[in-house]
Design a protein around this ligand. Sequence first.
Ligand code: GRG
Length: 303
Amino acid sequence: PLSFDLLFPNFHFKEYMKTKAIRVNKALDDAVPLQKPIKIHDAMRYSLLAGGKRVRPMLCIASCELVGGDESLAIPMACAVEMIHTMSLIHDDLPCMDNDDLRRGKPTNHKVYGEETAVLAGDALLSLAFEHIAAKTSDVSAGRVVKAIAELASAVGSEGLVAGQIVDLTSEGKQVNLNDLEYIHVHKTSKLLEAAVVCGAIIGGGNSSEIVRMRNYARCIGLLFQVVDDILDVTKSSEELGKTAGKDLASDKATYPKLMGLEGAKKFADELVAMAIEELSYFDAVKAAPLYHLANYIAYRQN
Ligand code: GRG
């Protein structure tokens, strides 16, 4: 999709991402001071400030700005979404879940602080996320804040992330078809991305038809995020191993390339990014530029 690139040769997406990431990282640092009890706050900060891509906060801020809100309105919400994302990673890595030793190239939270502390750090981040929105959002009507909190909470609980995780855990070792795979990813990955975008639009003062557009956009990029993740797993591991077949094509885990073929998955990704961008055509093109580039970034990223 060249049209937007030609329209905005002066929009510097990398700079935009860098500037937003610096603001979000500073706000996250401030949101969790290293106070007593040191151990729990240290554990929370360890994972929260461990260098994630900050895709969800950026989506939240860009969506707020798209509907005419200032960045500052959405910062507490953007931080809250990242706190929840982080806690889901801490819990996902636990021995009772995926049992992973490494995350973002560093030892996982429980490897450093122990399992009890990692569980509590996750719990504390989840609770802090909602406190942070309620206590730190300013210049937004109470009605909008409550609506956004309800949206976020439903994306996280037993109809959201938790639903995706339980279905993923219980389908281990079983045959997973495309429908099951989509259910797992929509809940584990898309729901929180969707909440980030929709909450940004709510906080920014978007009207109901703008919120519907943004929800559609988010659903496309949520699925896109996972399809590309699966494609990268195949292409990266085949590069690393110097083989034609990557690790996910060989392992038990159901993935899009396995169920659709690598070319089929790439075609699906192209369709999803086109559908996402289509939703943006209803907005002011200059304001939509960051979300256009974010969709492309998610589609064509290298990690
Ligand atoms: C939410 C209450 C509650 C409990 C947690 C463990 C769990 C329930 C859900 C698992 C959610 C999970 C691990 C989903 C995968 C999400 C995903 C795509 C992670 C990778 O996101 P990136 O690439 O990561 O944005 P970075 O490291 O850049 O932040």
